[in-house]
Design a protein around this ligand. Structure first.
Ligand code: ADP
Length: 374
């Protein structure tokens, strides 16, 4: 497989284009050639390359103006500026203008060209990721502020009403209003607790071999009150060992099982956890419930922070449970998604790396189903 992805060369000299072609031929999956600045911009617009080799001395333009225009199309374009000997100032100007790297033409070798392109592409990828994270953070804080205001508004409003009633000597609804104040305070508390969990997930976890049977046992024990209160049946077959961080995996299963019980109107909520090998060194785990289901249009957005489908009065929640699950699974290099039919239930799938690549579904020890209910 080629080490470099799609490279666009913007270079007017045929000799130089031939040289770059020769240097990069065996290293890239695709090279596109452009002989002039305008052509290069048009080609980039048509099919954005992963890396661009840009000649500084193009007829009618300098490389900086072309760089500006490429950056207007994509602020994170990975550009390596090709400069002449002794043009230190140009190189500095190019870097300031947003080039990822530069190469002096006269000293060029296949290795320097490849290294410059690889670094430029890596740098651009990191900057893009950083910008995406910043966007997510801003959005997260915006929604968080909104969600914190709701219970706070409840607290202020009901304390005001309480004060007015007390002043007027009306005592009929005192307990009701105190109850509402407590509910708002508890919601705020739950939000802050979950938020702390979410933030702590940014710490680098230490991975170990983890028995998923033990993980589900712990998750079920933590959900004892909910399971007994709803008389839910939580069952699971023989589960494998995975490579992971046990406390995070317990949190993951607890959130999924907890949701299966919470978003359910059946007389007996049923949640089943199963696992099979995916044939690529991972385990595919599924958590199936007989709950209210999730409309197809929302099956992806529910994994975003604070995306809730119901108001607090219908189902209590912070909207962070599945975002936490996604973060945990991604930390384990896995994927999480759901399939669901409104009214009949949901099935959450997640992949986790196997504890040993030699292990397969056939190696699972025979184990009887476990049922837990109140
Ligand atoms: P919450 O704290 O609201 O439960 P989550 O992030 O865990 O937040 O879930 C986001 C939303 O996805 C929930 O508010 C709910 O509408 C929906 N949801 C999650 N799990 C299920 C499920 N098993 N069945 C039906 N709806 C679900």
């Amino acid at each position: 497989m080629a080490a470099l992805p799609h490279i666009l060369v913007i270079e007017d000299s045929e000799d130089d284009r031939d040289l770059y072609e020769r240097f990069l031929r065996d290293e890239t999956s695709l090279i596109t050639m452009a002989e002039a600045g305008e052509e290069g911009i048009a080609r980039y617009r048509q099919a954005p390359a992963d890396g661009v080799l840009l000649d500084f001395n193009l007829p009618g333009h300098d490389g900086l103006s072309i760089l500006d225009r490429l950056r207007a199309i994509d602020p994170y374009v990975a550009v390596v500026m090709m400069t002449g000997e002794g043009s230190q100032d140009i190189a500095v100007a190019a870097m300031k203008a947003g080039a990822s790297d530069y190469v002096v033409k006269d000293t060029i070798t296949a290795a320097t060209l490849k290294r410059a392109l690889t670094n430029a592409i890596d740098k651009a990828r990191l900057l893009r990721q950083l910008a995406e994270q910043q966007r997510e953070q801003v959005n997260f804080i915006r929604v968080l502020v909104h969600d914190i205001r709701a219970p706070l508004r409840g607290l202020t409003a009901f304390t005001d009403i309480l004060a007015e009633d007390l002043e007027a000597g009306i005592h009929d609804d005192l307990l009701d209003h105190l109850g509402m104040i407590k509910t708002s305070a508890l919601r705020l508390n739950a939000l802050i607790d979950t938020l702390a969990h979410y933030a702590l997930l940014d710490k680098e976890p230490i991975f170990d071999e983890v028995d998923m049977n033990g993980v589900v046992d712990q998750a079920v024990a933590n959900l004892k009150t909910e399971i007994e209160g709803s008389r839910a049946d939580v069952t699971y077959g023989a589960l494998p060992a995975v490579t992971g961080h046990e406390p995070q995996l317990v949190q993951l299963l607890q959130n999924l099982i907890g949701n299966g019980i919470k978003y359910c109107e059946a007389a007996t909520p049923m949640v089943r956890i199963e696992a099979e090998a995916d044939g690529e060194g991972n385990w595919l785990l599924s958590v199936t419930d007989n709950g209210i289901g999730i409309p197809e249009a929302k099956q992806q957005t529910v994994f975003e922070p604070f995306q809730r489908l119901w108001s607090q009065d219908v189902y209590e929640g912070t909207g962070l449970g599945l975002a936490i699950c996604r973060k945990i699974v991604e930390r384990h290099d896995g994927r999480i998604w759901c399939e669901s039919e409104e009214g009949s239930g949901s099935r959450f799938f997640l992949t986790l790396p196997a504890a040993s690549l030699l292990e397969s579904a056939a190696d699972l020890p025979p184990r009887s189903k476990q049922a837990v209910h109140g």
